[in-house]
Write a protein that binds this ligand. Structure first.
Ligand code: ATP
Length: 234
């Protein structure tokens, strides 16, 4: 479904990603793990068109999207749930959800919003409240829901558990699992919590200084000595 070949991304003279290769099959849950600054966020930005790559090729569903606009990439079915949630703080919960489907005009939008409210009742209760007044956990539910409102084929999650209380971290991973299993959406997730990322995924890539140094199934990487020492506290 998604193929990234020889991806290089720079910020001016700073090289953030070097020769990254990854493949994601339809229905898979793939995670990217690595230390701060390894290039994980940059990789997601390149896939969703927010940062044009310096070199390499990104193909989604058979279409070359390497230099496509973020709008075109969303239209093709890739939604990005960014690091730090980035809800529109002065807009209401409902308006944030509407922003998630700004490209759609089909009659099922209301049904989809109802489904979101059934899934996250707190968002229904707060539907007219400014999103910036929600708690961190509620904002994360909203950011995930906003991404779902575009009816994506693939969702890119950037550190969805960041800054949340431990019980909400677990709930967030449960939601990510449900999105793949019940909604049938393919998932690529960047996650600092390497243990959770490896337990949840089908396949994972380890990024170090902008390069993929290891890849494998979650089970393989959980057993890998380097991964255990570097990311799982030995
Ligand atoms: P984190 O977990 O801290 O978000 P990351 O693995 O997602 O880390 P990136 O955010 O992709 O890493 O950053 C990769 C490299 O690019 C880092 O060296 C970072 O300092 C640099 N970088 C990221 N954004 C910019 C920017 N806007 N301008 C200049 N350099 C940047």
């Amino acid at each position: 479904m998604l193929k990234v070949e020889g991806l290089h991304c720079n910020y001016g003279k700073v090289s953030a990603v070097r020769d990254l290769n990854m493949e994601v099959a339809e229905g898979e849950l793939v995670t990217l793990i690595g230390a701060n600054g390894a290039g994980k966020t940059t990789t997601l930005k390149a896939i969703s068109g927010l940062l044009p790559p310096t070199e390499g090729r990104i193909v989604f569903d058979g279409e070359d999207i390497t230099n496509a606009s973020p709008r075109r990439i969303l239209e093709l079915g890739i939604a990005h749930c960014p690091e730090g949630r980035r809800v529109f703080p002065y807009m209401s919960v409902r308006e944030n959800l509407e922003m998630g489907c700004f490209l759609r005009s089909d009659p099922a939008i209301q049904d989809d919003m109802e489904n979101i409210f059934a899934r996250f009742p707190v968002l229904r209760e707060r539907r007219d409240q400014a999103a910036g007044t929600l708690s961190g956990g509620e904002q994360q539910m909203l950011a995930i829901s906003r991404a779902l409102m575009s009816r994506p084929k693939l969702i890119l999650f950037d550190e969805p558990s960041l800054g949340l209380a431990p019980n909400l971290v677990e709930r967030t991973f449960e939601i990510v699992r449900e999105i793949r299993e019940k909604d049938g959406v393919t998932v690529v997730m960047v996650e600092q919590n390497a243990f959770a990322a490896l337990e949840l995924c089908d396949h994972s890539y380890v990024l170090e200084s902008g390069e993929t140094t290891l890849q494998g199934t979650g089970e393989e990487l959980l057993r890998d000595e380097h991964v255990r020492k570097a990311y799982l506290g030995g």
